[in-house]
Write a protein that binds this ligand. Structure first.
Ligand code: SF4
Length: 452
């Protein structure tokens, strides 16, 4: 539901992708919209193109054609995608569209008839075919070396690791299963090989993503005593990098992961979208409706791994949500005291079954509930961060400039959570360094600390 910040758009990420273009080298630009999963797709496409001898242009002007990887999850994301396609057409003129919105080609060609080709989500071969047709390859075997880690659009010290595609759930507000299909897991071996290559290439933090991380490999094997995600998390943890788990659906077997966090094999961080807490709302969403048991589950996780940070996302203003249901959500949040929280106002998405539900909530009520929810979430975040003042924490350095080093604690995922700033004695630090700090100040979402 979120868009990548503009500095992750390759057309703007000059420093990361700028490279010397050899004479005659065909060159492609890429605009990557949407969630981290779409970013991984963009990285894969660029990796393949780079391997075939294409240059990657950091701007529109230097590109022979531009790929726009779109997001079609919400109507606002669709509008943003159409806008990005229009911008690329104006600036470059030769545009290939891929990604989630590519599943609706007429929607794109209706607005932008001049695009060269439209391909759907993870149709890598078709995107490459479209690129080959628009800008034929001109390989040079002596200079076209694929970097060991592939091309990444994220900074070198962390990398997303996609373990599966698609989802077998049928949440009513979500069209991902229609767009991305049923769960299809990558083999354990293939994921491990990619992770090992990334770590060998200097990656210090692996961000495990998928649409449904805890369902990993359940499309191919039965859930035995140890869930396949537990096995994978343990093996990834043995590589020596930080391992962070995203998009973990609340299955009972999630509790197998918590001891790995307590042991330090996997970061004590669980990104687990709960979406709501009232059983009736959850039922209308077609989500597991056991919020009270979820509180017990959270208490059990915290008993095993007290430093676990819980991140979740919620939807307010879902069709039929009464004031009482919303109040239950607020009370639940107060009790659950989650560390990181994202909140979306419900929006109709073309094709979603929730559109047809009765009693849609007026926009101004959604807005008001969103503010009340965020106010509570912020107060919890502020109180929890205040508790860290005086504590010693390990942090990873993301960026260093003259004024400060911007770092993250183990409780902060890049791009979506807060930061810890070291504004004195940060000279000599480099991105990817892991150092210990003592926290000396806390804000609503960020911390400040000094090296010890
Ligand atoms: S689990 Fe996630 S991806 Fe799957 S249908 Fe529900 S919201 Fe969509």
């Amino acid at each position: 539901m979120t868009a990548n910040p503009p500095d992750l758009r390759p057309d703007l990420a000059q420093a990361r992708l700028a490279e010397t273009r050899r004479p005659g080298q065909p060159t492609i630009g890429m605009v990557s919209l949407g969630c981290p999963k779409a970013l991984v797709d963009s990285e894969r496409i660029l990796t393949r193109l780079r391997a075939e001898g294409y240059g990657i242009s950091p701007d529109y002007a230097g590109a022979d054609a531009v790929i726009v990887n779109t997001c079609g999850f919400l109507d606002s994301a669709k509008a943003e995608s159409l806008e990005a396609i229009g911008e690329a057409l104006d600036a470059n003129g030769r545009v290939i569209v891929t990604g989630c919105l590519g599943a609706e080609p007429e929607y794109i060609t209706g607005a932008h008839p001049k695009v060269l080709a439209v391909t759907g989500p993870h149709q890598y071969e078709q995107v490459l075919d479209a690129v080959h047709a628009a800008v034929p390859p001109a390989p040079d075997p002596f200079v076209d070396l694929l970097p060991a880690s592939g091309v990444t659009l994220t900074p070198r010290h962390y990398s997303y690791l996609k373990i599966s595609e698609g989802c077998n759930h049928k949440c009513r507000f979500c069209v991902i299963p229609d767009m991305r299909g049923k769960l299809a897991s990558r083999p354990h071996r293939a994921v491990m090989r990619e992770a090992e290559k990334l770590v060998e290439a200097g990656v210090k933090e692996l961000l495990v993503i998928s649409q449904d991380t805890s369902a990993y490999l359940t499309d191919q094997e039965r859930l035995g005593e140890e869930a396949p995600i537990t096995r994978l998390a343990r093996d990834l943890g043995s590589l020596g990098a930080w391992v962070r788990l995203h998009y973990v659906y609340p299955y009972p077997h999630v509790r197998q992961l918590i001891p790995l966090m307590a042991e330090g094999l996997v970061l004590p961080y669980l990104d687990i979208p709960f979406q709501h807490a009232h059983p009736e709302t959850l039922k209308r969403m077609a989500r597991p409706a056991a919020a009270a048991r979820t509180l017990d589950e959270i208490a059990a996780w915290r008993a095993i791994c007290p430093e676990i940070a819980l991140r979740s996302t919620f939807i307010v203003g879902y069709p039929g949500e009464t004031e009482a249901e919303f109040q239950t959500l607020l009370d639940w949040l107060e009790e659950a005291r989650l560390d990181r929280v994202g909140c979306f106002k419900y929006e109709n998405v073309a094709g979603a079954r929730s559109n047809a539900l009765p009693d849609h909530v007026p926009e101004e009520v959604k807005e008001e509930r969103w503010h009340r929810f965020m106010e509570k979430a912020q107060a919890i975040s502020e109180a929890k961060l205040a508790e860290t003042v005086g504590r010693r924490l390990e942090v990873i350095v993301d960026e260093v400039d003259a004024e400060a080093a911007t770092c993250r604690t183990k409780a902060d995922a890049p791009e979506i959570d807060g930061c810890l700033f070291i504004d004195a004695g940060h000279e000599g630090l480099s991105p990817g360094d892991v150092v210990t700090v003592e926290v000396d100040e806390a804000g609503d979402y960020d911390l400040w600390g000094r090296r010890i």
